[in-house]
Design a binder for this molecule. Sequence first.
Ligand code: IMP
Length: 212
Amino acid sequence: MKIIFATNNQGKMDEIKAILMDTNIDLLSLKDAGIDIDIEETGRSFEENAIIKAETICKLTGEIVLADDSGLEVDYLDKAPGIYSSRFLGENTSYLEKNNYIIDQLKKAKKDERSARFVCTIACSFPNEDTITRTGILEGFIAEQISGFNGFGYDPIFYLPQYNCTTADMPTKLKNQISHRAKALTAIKEVLVSRMININALERYNEGIDSE
Ligand code: IMP
């Protein structure tokens, strides 16, 4: 079964391919599918943005399409940067600056006020049918200082007490197993697999009728 993942981010492609490895899904990136499009994220939530992306590409291609939207919510900052995570403080501001800004804003915050979470919603749009979504959350805290070189974005300030390190300190393989994206992907995979079983059963049933 062919499915398009509405991204050109190789890291995300590798992560999702690893999770879907034991299925017979043939996953294509936008580039693999020959699509060059910039979709504006005009939604007011991770879910709305993921749906906009998945449905736009699904209508364009007629294929099953997955799309994600993710970000960091910091409770002390009223859940900012949230859906604006990549645009926070301006498109051209480096993550070193974004991360230092957040640490600075939380200078006076006590330990229990430093809670934060990575959120990822994945939408799956089925041609001429419905669009479903699943959300994965990784709860943690904003570190008092930047630490680690792995990962990307806000990883150097996202501290997980159970591992006593930031997500930038952990091996990528471990982060990809516990991440918000992994949780959302695993939940979407369950839906895809059960729909595939239904589609295969229907095809076998129809083939049976045709050969009668
Ligand atoms: P998008 O889902 O690709 O639009 O990513 C949104 C933004 O959220 C990223 O550019 C990062 O700033 C942030 N983000 C999402 N997931 C992670 C993560 O696993 N680590 C660090 N930052 C993340």
